[in-house]
Design a protein around this ligand. Structure first.
Ligand code: FES
Length: 554
C-alpha cells in the first residue's frame, strides 16, 4: 500500500499497479548538457511506446555529462555516471530500463551501468545535430572548431567572424554531427545490438528519431518478457562487430576506451590489441568528417549504419542477437544504400584496410598507445624527431605563440600528465594546435605524443593514450627535451631513443605528483582509476553484481 499510495500522488490510476512491467527511462537531460537537452521530449515518445505495449513507464534523471562545459573533463565523471545509474537501476523496483543518452560520455556511462546490473535494457541516443551551414558550406561540430582556432591564431579569421560561425555550426538540437565520439558511440551501441537499427543516425530533430524512441518503448517490454538482458546481447562477438564497424565508419579513438570499459563490466575478454587485429582487414567505408567530407545528416540519408553493416557482410558475426530479438544479419539484410559517395562499397572503399586505429608499443608505451591513422598525415606515420616536452597543455599554450620557440616541423611535441590520474580524468587535450610560427610558415601537422585523449572530431598525427601514463610513472614521465623519438606506425613502434641505464637513472630521480585532490570524487577516482589500456574504469567497478546487491566474498 505504501508503494502504491505514494506513487498515486502523481495521479496514476490503479490499473498501472496490476503487475505490468515497470520500465525506468533513464535520462541524461540537462540544460548544462546541450547535446542532450531534447531528451525530455524523446522520453515522452518512449513513454507512448511503453504504454502501448502494456508497461508502466517512469522517467528519472541520471547524471548529465556535457562535454563542452564540465571541467576539467567530462571523462572524469563517466565512471560516476555509470556508478550512479547502476545503483538507481538496482535500487528501484524496475523490470527494464530505456537508456537515453547523446553527448560523448553519457552513452558509455549508461551502457556500463546496464551491463553491471544486467536488467533488460535498450538504448535510445538523442541523435546528431543537423549539418552546420556557414558561408555556403557544411561545417562539422568540433572539426571546424579546430580549424577556426588555428585560423584565429594565424590571423586568417576575426573574432567577429568566429562568433557568427559558431552559431552556424550549432543550429539544432542534437550531439556533434561529425563522426566524433558521440556519433561513434551511438553507432557502437547500434553495432553492439543495444539500440534499434537506424537509431544512431536519425537527426535529433527528425520525426523518425521520435518514432524510433516510441518503438524502443514497445521493444523494452519484449525484452523484459523474454529476459533478453545486456549480457546476452553484448557478447564477445558483439564487441568484435562493434570494433569492425568502428573501423568502417572511421570512428573515434575514444571508442577504444569505452568499449574496453563496457566489456570489463560484463567479463567479456577484450584487449587493446583486439582493436588493431580486428580492424586490420576492414576498410573505411564512410566518408565523414573528421577523416572525410560529409556529416551525420548525410550519413542518415545515405542509409545509416545498417547500410554499412550490410556491406561488411561476412566480416561481422551475423548471428549475434540484438534488442530486436533478431540477429544482426536479419536486421540489415535489406538495408539499402542511397549514396555511394557517403557510404562506399567494400570493393571501392573510401580508404583501404589498415587505416583505422593502430595500437603502438615500445619503451615509450609498454602497455600501448593508439593513433588514428585516417586522421594523421601519411608522411608523418614514419617519423624521427627531437622531443619538446611540456608537463601540461597549459604550459604549452603559454608559449605556443612565441616566435623564438625552439621547434620546427620535425619536432615531436610531448604533452604529458594528461592521463586518468594525471590531469585528472584523461581530457581531450592531446591534439594541441601547432606553434604559431610553424602555422605561419604553412606547416599543417606535426607529431604529438600524449597520455591524454583526443576529441573524436579532431585530426592530426597524434599518439594518444600512452600507457602507463606519466603520473603513474610511465616512461613518458622520463622524456627530456632533446631526446630523440621514433614513431613507426607500419611497425606499430613508439621508441624513446634513450638507453635503459639512463632511463633507470632518471626513474630513480622521478617523484610522483601528489594526488589531484585531497577528498571527494576526484580523490576516489585518482585512487582507483585503471589505465587507458583496460578502459579507465575504477578497479572496484569492474564486473557485474546483477539485480541484487551482492556480498563481497573474502
Ligand atoms: Fe556533446 Fe560533442 S559536445 S556530443
Amino acid at each position: 500500500m505504501t508503494h502504491r499510495s505514494w506513487m498515486r500522488s502523481q495521479g496514476f490510476t490503479t490499473e498501472v499497479f496490476d503487475g505490468r512491467p515497470v520500465i525506468g527511462i533513464a535520462t541524461t537531460w540537462s540544460e548544462l548538457a546541450p547535446c542532450n537537452v531534447h531528451l525530455h521530449r524523446v522520453a515522452e515518445s518512449v513513454k507512448r511506446g511503453v504504454w502501448q505495449a502494456g508497461g508502466f513507464p517512469l522517467e528519472f534523471p541520471t547524471m548529465a555529462l556535457g562535454e563542452t562545459l564540465l571541467r576539467p573533463t567530462a571523462m572524469l565523471y563517466r565512471n560516476l555516471l555509470a556508478m550512479e545509474a547502476e545503483e538507481l537501476f538496482r535500487a528501484n523496483p524496475l523490470d527494464g530500463v530505456v537508456l537515453l543518452s547523446g553527448c560523448d560520455k553519457t552513452t558509455p556511462g549508461l551502457l556500463m551501468a546496464a551491463a553491471s546490473v544486467d536488467l533488460p535494457a535498450i538504448m535510445v541516443t538523442g541523435g546528431p545535430k543537423l549539418n552546420g551551414k556557414y558561408q555556403g558550406t557544411d561545417v562539422g561540430s568540433g572539426t571546424a572548431v579546430w580549424r577556426w582556432e588555428e585560423d584565429l591564431l594565424a590571423g586568417r579569421m576575426t573574432q567577429e567572424e568566429c562568433f557568427f560561425a559558431e552559431g552556424c555550426m550549432s543550429r539544432s538540437d542534437g550531439h556533434c554531427m561529425t563522426m566524433g565520439t558521440a556519433s561513434t558511440m551511438a553507432s557502437a551501441a547500434e553495432a553492439l545490438g543495444m539500440q534499434l537499427p537506424y537509431s544512431a543516425a536519425w537527426p535529433a530533430v527528425d520525426s523518425r528519431r521520435y518514432e524510433t524512441a516510441q518503438r524502443a518503448g514497445q521493444v523494452i517490454i519484449d525484452l523484459v518478457n523474454s529476459d533478453l538482458t545486456p549480457s546476452k546481447i553484448m557478447t564477445r562477438e558483439a564487441f568484435e562487430n562493434a570494433i569492425r564497424v568502428n573501423a568502417a565508419i572511421g570512428g573515434s579513438t575514444n571508442a577504444v576506451i569505452h568499449l574496453l570499459a563496457i566489456a570489463g563490466r560484463l567479463g567479456v575478454p577484450l584487449s587493446l590489441d583486439d582493436f588493431d587485429a580486428l580492424a586490420a582487414d576492414v576498410p573505411t567505408l564512410v566518408n565523414l568528417q573528421p577523416s572525410g567530407q560529409y556529416l551525420m545528416e548525410d550519413f542518415c540519408y545515405a542509409g545509416g549504419l545498417p547500410a554499412v553493416m550490410r556491406e561488411l557482410g561476412g566480416l561481422l558475426h551475423g548471428d549475434a542477437i540484438t534488442v530486436t530479438g533478431r540477429t544482426v544479419a536479419e536486421n540489415v539484410a535489406d538495408a539499402p544504400c542511397w549514396n555511394r559517395d557517403v557510404i562506399h562499397a567494400m570493393d571501392a572503399p573510401f580508404q583501404p584496410p589498415g587505416t583505422g586505429t593502430a595500437v603502438l608499443r615500445g619503451n615509450l608505451a609498454p602497455d600501448g598507445a593508439v593513433i588514428k591513422q585516417s586522421a594523421a598525415s601519411p608522411h608523418l606515420l614514419k617519423h624521427r624527431g627531437p622531443a619538446l616536452v611540456f608537463d601540461s597543455p597549459e604550459a604549452y599554450y603559454a608559449v605556443v605563440a612565441d616566435e623564438d620557440l625552439d621547434a620546427d616541423e620535425n619536432t615531436v611535441l610531448v604533452i604529458r600528465y594528461c592521463g586518468p590520474k594525471g590531469y585528472p580524468g584523461m581530457p581531450e587535450v592531446s591534439n594541441v594546435p601547432l606553434p604559431k610560427k610553424l602555422l605561419n610558415r604553412g606547416v599543417r601537422d606535426m607529431v604529438r605524443i600524449c597520455d591524454g585523449r583526443m576529441s573524436g572530431t579532431a585530426y592530426g598525427t597524434v599518439v594518444l593514450h600512452v600507457t602507463p601514463e606519466a603520473a603513474a610513472g610511465g616512461t613518458l614521465a622520463l622524456v627530456r627535451t632533446g631526446d630523440w623519438i621514433t614513431l613507426d606506425v607500419p611497425s606499430r613502434a613508439l621508441t624513446l631513443e634513450v638507453p635503459d641505464e639512463e632511463l633507470a637513472r632518471r626513474r630513480a630521480e622521478w617523484t610522483a605528483p601528489p594526488p589531484a585532490a585531497a577528498r571527494g570524487w576526484t580523490r576516489l577516482y585518482t585512487d582507483h582509476v585503471l589505465q587507458a589500456d583496460t578502459g579507465a574504469d575504477l578497479d572496484f567497478l569492474i564486473g557485474a553484481s546483477g539485480h541484487e546487491i551482492g556480498r563481497a566474498s573474502h
